[in-house]
Design a protein around this ligand. Sequence first.
Ligand SMILES: Nc1ncnc2c1ncn2[C@@H]1O[C@H](COP(=O)(O)OP(=O)(O)OP(=O)(O)O)[C@@H](O)[C@H]1O
Ligand SMILES: Cc1cn([C@H]2C[C@H](O)[C@@H](COP(=O)(O)O)O2)c(=O)[nH]c1=O
Length: 213
Amino acid sequence: MVKGLFITFEGPEGAGKTSVIQKLAAELTEQEYPILLTREPGGIAIAEQIRHVILDCDNTEMDARTEALLYAAARRQHLVERVIPALKENKIVLCDRFIDSSLAYQGYARGIGVEDVLSINEFATEKMLPSLTIYFDIEPEAGLKRIAANNNREINRLDQEKLDFHYKVKEGYDLVKEKYGERIRVVDASMDFESVCNQAREVLISYFSKHGF
Ligand SMILES: Nc1ncnc2c1ncn2[C@@H]1O[C@H](COP(=O)(O)OP(=O)(O)OP(=O)(O)O)[C@@H](O)[C@H]1O
Ligand SMILES: Cc1cn([C@H]2C[C@H](O)[C@@H](COP(=O)(O)O)O2)c(=O)[nH]c1=O
């Protein structure tokens, strides 16, 4: 039986998801919450290899459906190998991106269709969804500026898409928020780092206490 909490973090490029989750995961672990921090695509060896194929290839001509299938394949392996076993051990799994990224990026921004991308992902996940998603809300240009200002961050194939694409990603997320509003909480990610951490921490702690943690 699956017992823990499965919580995901979503948003456009450079919204601050990774930085905020890393800080909060360290704090919450210190406070003895049973946290597992992981990411998509990746988190385990096979999925990290798939990440490399999707994001680090020189081939800018990767077919949109191939891309969608690769994300779904990485998701499947990560779910069965890492997420589900941790949930069975009653852990709180914090995952940097999940299915909503596929719906926004591949389904909407690439133009494959949100319903088609949902359907291959339902096959991959056997319809498993997170119970809570924290959405980092920021204008695409502001997020991209943050990435450009950080010389240490790798720039991947999707970061390099035109600004238009990133605006479509945001529109895709708007559809996702309409469709799954009951599990999605929005934080204002345009604020300074400490304020964004405070907003996300508040959502998490109140969710944990409502769910027996
Ligand atoms: N609130 C903030 N204000 C200013 N800069 C920030 C803020 N949060 C994060 N940053 C910086 O912005 C950059 C992008 O942050 P981060 O990698 O955490 O974003 P992300 O949402 O995980 O991006 P991506 O999904 O594209 O990997 C980093 O250089 C980080 O230090
Ligand atoms: C899970 C997932 C991710 N993406 C995109 C979003 C980002 O451009 C990269 C992941 O890089 P990050 O630095 O770890 O955020 O992949 C996507 O298009 N579809 C997905 O399902």
